[in-house]
Design a protein around this ligand. Structure first.
Ligand SMILES: Nc1nc2c(ncn2[C@@H]2O[C@H](COP(=O)(O)OP(=O)(O)OP(=O)(O)O)[C@@H](O)[C@H]2O)c(=O)[nH]1
Length: 192
């Protein structure tokens, strides 16, 4: 059983600059607010939309098929909670900010949760270009979701400079994130 998320994504409709800590947004507003460069070096001190100071900011994209667990991963990382129960598919694109203290440097991660459904691909792909990192996610119980990520890498590497840089930086195998593995790993296998 599944239920759909609100048309404006899983959260609010505010743009990244207008939103407080959660960047949940409709696709139009998100497009208008997308930064020209994902890497931001604010003059210190700088303050995030959630009111936290930070030194450097990175834009991170969560990419993968619908249902692989992108939103769950983001919510878990941001709030420490797990979205159990009914599956609510993301509409368009959404984001959340988290400021982390790493080696005495305040790092702001702006993490974008893309809709995995095919019909949103043209929207979500527009956000890859200025991202600093892509997290490629698949469901370890669903081989098709793994194949689709490999296919996306191949196609998009030719289209986006960011993807080219990224695929050059890491050696094979790509740093895929295997999700949905905790309860089902024992009964499913993906051959790579
Ligand atoms: N068993 C198990 N289920 C999970 C795990 N992570 C997520 N789920 C479930 O998988 C379903 C889909 O999770 P989402 O995070 O909404 O998937 P998504 O990738 O964001 O999907 P789209 O928004 O359509 O792109 C939900 O019902 C979750 O409860 C996991 O690690 N293990």
């Amino acid at each position: 059983m599944s239920r759909k998320k609100a048309v404006k994504g899983k959260g609010s409709s505010k743009s990244p600059k207008a939103s407080p800590s959660s960047g949940r947004t409709s696709r139009g507003l998100a497009a208008a607010a997308a930064p020209s460069s994902g890497l931001v070096y604010p003059s210190r001190p700088s303050i995030s939309n959630s009111g936290e100071f930070y030194d450097i900011a990175f834009k991170v994209m969560l990419v993968g098929d619908s249902g692989v667990g992108k939103t769950c991963l983001l919510v878990r990382f941001k709030d420490g909670a797990f979205l159990a129960g009914s599956f609510i598919s993301t509409v368009g694109i959404d984001f959340r900010n988290k400021v982390m203290n790493i080696d005495a440097v305040k790092v702001k991660l702006q993490i974008w949760d893309t809709a995995g459904q095919e019909r949103f691909r043209s929207v979500t792909h527009a956000y890859y270009r200025d991202a600093n990192a892509l997290l490629l996610l698949y469901d370890v119980t669903n081989k098709a979701s793994f194949d689709n990520i490999r296919q996306l890498l191949g196609v998009k590497a030719a289209e986006h400079q960011m993807m080219k840089r990224w695929t050059h930086c890491v050696s094979v195998p790509h740093p895929l994130l295997c999700l949905q593995c905790f309860s089902l790993l024992s009964t499913h296998t993906i051959c790579t």
